[in-house]
Design a binder for this molecule. Sequence first.
Ligand code: DC
Length: 231
Amino acid sequence: MGYRSIAIDGPSGAGKSTLAKRLAQELGFLYVDTGAIYRTVGLAARRRGIDPSDAPAVGQMLPNLSIAMGYGEDGLQQMLLDGEDVTQAIRENEISRWASKVAALPVVRDFLLGMQRHAAQEHNVIMDGRDIGTVVLPQADLKIFLTAEAGARAERRCRELLERGQQADFEQVLREVVERDRRDMERETSPLRQADDAVVADTTGLNLEESFALLLEIIQNRLGDGEGRHE
Ligand code: DC
């Protein structure tokens, strides 16, 4: 039997990564966070002083970068940039903007496509992002479009930032969420959109446990208990 894949797409702050990580543990799948890969490219552009919207400049930078995805003993994804572990550095709020800008460039998306597909050829995966069901893994066994109202997502983002000891102003975070949604949905290349065959899960008003239960039910209905295991 081939490997199974579950694609989870949706706007930022819908809980994709937290939920996908837990689901992957539950099912014994590998969790692939594709946003982290775009964040790593954004971080690289920032460190090199390259305008993240300047396609030729970013395109020239790409072949000189070494970007690698690894997994720690805890099973969690780590990102390496030129050999340095940048797993934490890419989480800074500032990097979200850089990631969103480089992610709008076709040259960047093409460059990262093979790396994402490769992971799904060698493992059962739960992969989250914006274009997984539409572009990266159009043959995924299950596609989930995970969403929530912008206000609910901004609230969660604020809580996350505060937990990490970073500053969070709700109005500003909400503005950023709305702006990032717009940029992710309006870009020409691989915009964020729901795949025609995706199941929609709206987590507005649901807490983490409730959201988790909802997704697990969707997955079990579609894939059956434990059927995805390759061993
Ligand atoms: O999920 P995230 O916030 O870590 O993603 C960072 C940025 O990368 C976000 O603005 C959207 C972009 N992204 C993308 O365009 N395609 C993906 N598959 C994943 C993320």
